[in-house]
Design a binder for this molecule. Structure first.
Ligand code: UDP
Ligand code: MG
Length: 136
């Protein structure tokens, strides 16, 4: 039985700044993801605070929101069989130092905060995050 899912991916400011968006999109396509929606935007810090609200009690929350709003990002809806988990696998561990070979964060991540990509962590959160960026 097929289980086609959508997930939200963000290419974060550190990667867009280094012009890695084309290469990262190729990595998604090579793994069988279709990019069904895509936009390059810069968000306000207040929007980043809403997006990352689940982390509001964490010590890194303020820096994280300042960072996500610090420059252009590429926001995408990815579609594939088991897209949510497969995207998490392709991204690699949150800390690039712990990420497996062949993952986006291993290849391009600079540090735990500048780790190049965001990906939804569940089907439920994917819906919320897709709506956040693409509800017109
Ligand atoms: N983050 C950070 N310091 C930490 C943990 C996380 O700066 O100690 C940042 C990092 O950019 C990460 C984001 O906060 O991607 C969200 O954290 P989460 O645990 O949800 O990791 P992810 O789902 O992005 O792998
Ligand atoms: Mg997360």
């Amino acid at each position: 039985m097929s289980n086609i899912e959508l997930t939200l991916s963000i290419i974060k400011p550190d990667a867009v700044e280094r012009n890695l968006d084309i290469e990262i999109k190729e990595m998604f396509k090579n793994k069988g993801f279709s990019i069904v929606k895509e936009k390059k935007i810069q968000i306000e810090k207040s929007e980043a605070e809403k997006f990352y609200k689940v982390h509001e009690t964490k010590p890194f929350y303020n820096d994280l929101c300042a960072y996500l709003s610090s420059g252009p990002i590429v926001v995408m809806v990815l579609e594939k069989e088991n897209a949510v988990l497969d995207n998490r696998e392709l991204m690699g561990a949150t800390n690039p130092n712990d990420a497996e070979e062949g993952t986006i964060r291993k290849k391009y991540g600079i540090s735990i905060d500048k780790n190049s990509v965001h990906g939804s962590d569940s089907v439920e959160n994917a819906k919320i995050e897709i709506d956040f960026f693409f509800k017109d």
